[in-house]
Design a protein. Structure first.
Length: 505
């Protein structure tokens, strides 16, 4: 076996992404909330980047900063440069993690910036508005586990039962249920816990924890616990019918088989409907009453408005929550000043370059987003005027060709973006979908077909609701031909129950 070395030449093509390009694509894909967080991180890590006061002139700002440097030179912290510091360079691996961090991507001609940022900087002697906002923010709600433990510590019981209760609280899920069976609980329990102690602790938890229904094993037990609690607080209340329905007919209520319940109980349909209405005062998920997941705040990235004089729709980016960024002029001067230490100049140059990249990336994001929204407004004008049933098919490839950009750029631009429109706050991606042609030859998106289906179901005779086959025929009357399985799929996506469950007696 012979081993030797040699030199060979090879010509091939490879695509390499510069850190600046990776950062630009990352910021383009970010929703507004994530971009705000990214800007805060950059402000905290890059000393050359700062927030510009609204209306501040660059020259005035530079003169003001120079004077401050003279007055406060002694109290200003020294720049510390570590060996090997390469500045804020982006990691190439972030590009592959974009979809995981900000959700899946989807298959979208006005001013470049579309508005201005507004914020203020913090100086010695002034109030820090960020700190004020944090001080005035409501405290985060304690977790369900913490709240239940706080309640349990106030309960008077034996040490053995108290310890068993603490153990069980750890198995109560977010809905407030104790769904884990006794065998699994005992397998994971501490030494010395018996099944009798376990059952006694479950009963004690159900009797003492608030709101009623916590630590129930299933929906039946949860509702019965709430009925018992209501009777303890109001002994004169008559909840006999409610108890009968919960104990024996919850499945029939779910499937809307009211005649079956009437036959089994001897109650009239009106009595059953009244009892079911009364059952709705009880909560099927009592844990949510203590620690429900907070709804995600949605901040629209753009506002669509109608100009009555010109009869056109215009788009404006919303930058009220984003600060205007700029590079500190004194650090710019220091980076060019030959009298400044070389390491310090290199440190400043790296951070100035990083600051320039993020400012340019944000401006490019705004310009691309506005261009995409401009195409949406032009293509979906009928939607803004008539509603969801007028939504037209709009493939991303078509938008990319029209703007002269890659379809992946369009996909990143619409990802997790929202618009405030005359029809409400809507996700930008909803305007991009395929569709079909009606019998009249008009293009109709799948979302528009769903809206038409929803309208037909809303207008149906609830005493004789339409089956999926009947819905297919109704859609045909409007020139829309789709299969029955497609109707069933759309109905499920719209959270519309089948005809049997929509029937009203």
């Amino acid at each position: 076996m012979r081993i030797d070395t040699g030199q060979h030449m090879r010509i091939d093509q490879r695509m390499k992404l510069a850190p600046r390009m990776i950062q630009s694509m990352e910021i383009l894909q970010m929703p507004q909330a994530a971009l705000e967080e990214r800007i805060e991180q950059e402000l905290a890590s890059n000393p050359t980047l700062e927030v510009q006061e609204p209306g501040a002139d660059t020259e005035d700002l530079e003169a003001e900063r120079t004077q401050e440097d003279r007055d406060n030179r002694e109290g200003e912290r020294e720049l510390v440069v570590k060996d090997g510091d390469t500045g804020n360079k982006d990691d190439f691996e972030r590009l592959t993690n974009l979809s995981e961090e900000y959700g899946s991507t989807w298959d979208a001609n006005t001013s470049e910036t579309g508005g201005s940022y507004h914020s203020t900087t913090y100086r010695q002697g002034e109030r820090d508005k960020k700190m004020d906002a944090m001080a005035n923010t409501a405290a985060r709600t304690a977790s369900l586990f913490d709240q239940l433990m706080d309640q349990w510590h106030l309960v008077e019981t034996t040490p053995e039962l108290f310890k068993a209760g603490e153990f069980l609280i750890g198995f109560i899920d977010s809905d407030g249920y104790l769904r884990t069976d006794n065998k699994t609980l005992l397998d994971q329990a501490y030494q010395g816990l018996t099944e009798d102690d376990l059952n006694a602790a479950v009963i004690k938890l159900q009797q003492t924890l608030e709101p009623p229904g916590l630590a129930a094993r299933d929906i039946h037990e949860c509702l019965l616990l709430q009925i018992d609690a209501r009777l303890r607080s109001d002994p004169d209340a008559d909840l006999t019918a409610e108890r009968v329905l919960v104990e024996n007919h919850l499945k029939d209520i779910e499937t809307n088989h009211l005649p079956k319940i009437a036959k089994a109980t001897g109650m009239s349909i009106d009595q059953i409907k009244h009892t079911i209405h009364h059952l709705r005062q009880f909560h099927p998920h009592p844990g949510k009453l203590l620690a429900d997941d907070a709804p995600r705040m949605i901040y629209p990235d753009a506002v669509i408005e109608y100009d009555e004089e010109s009869e056109i729709y215009t788009a404006t980016l919303t930058h009220g929550r984003l600060p205007a960024l700029h590079i500190r002029p004194d650090y710019k001067r220091d980076a060019r000043d030959k009298n400044v230490d070389k390491k310090t100049r290199e440190f400043l140059s790296n951070h100035i370059r990083s600051a320039s990249w993020i400012i340019d990336a944000i401006q490019q994001r705004n310009a691309t987003l506005l261009r995409v929204i401009g195409v949406v407004i032009e293509a979906q004008r009928e939607f803004f005027e008539q509603g969801a049933q007028a939504l037209r098919p709009l493939p991303m490839t078509l938008v990319a060709d029209q703007l002269g950009i890659h379809v992946a750029t369009v996909s990143r631009a619409v990802n997790e973006k929202y618009m405030q429109t005359p029809r409400g706050i809507l996700p930008l991606r909803m305007f991009f979908s395929g569709g079909t042609e009606t019998d009249a030859g008009d293009a109709m998106s799948w979302a528009a077909i769903q809206a038409k289906l929803e309208q037909i179901i809303e207008e149906e005779d609830k005493s004789k609701p339409l089956s999926d086959d009947a819905l297919v025929e109704k859609l045909k009357e409007h020139g829309i031909e789709i299969a029955r399985r497609t109707v069933a799929k759309y109905r499920k996506q719209l959270s519309i129950p089948p005809a049997r469950q929509r029937k009203e007696y």
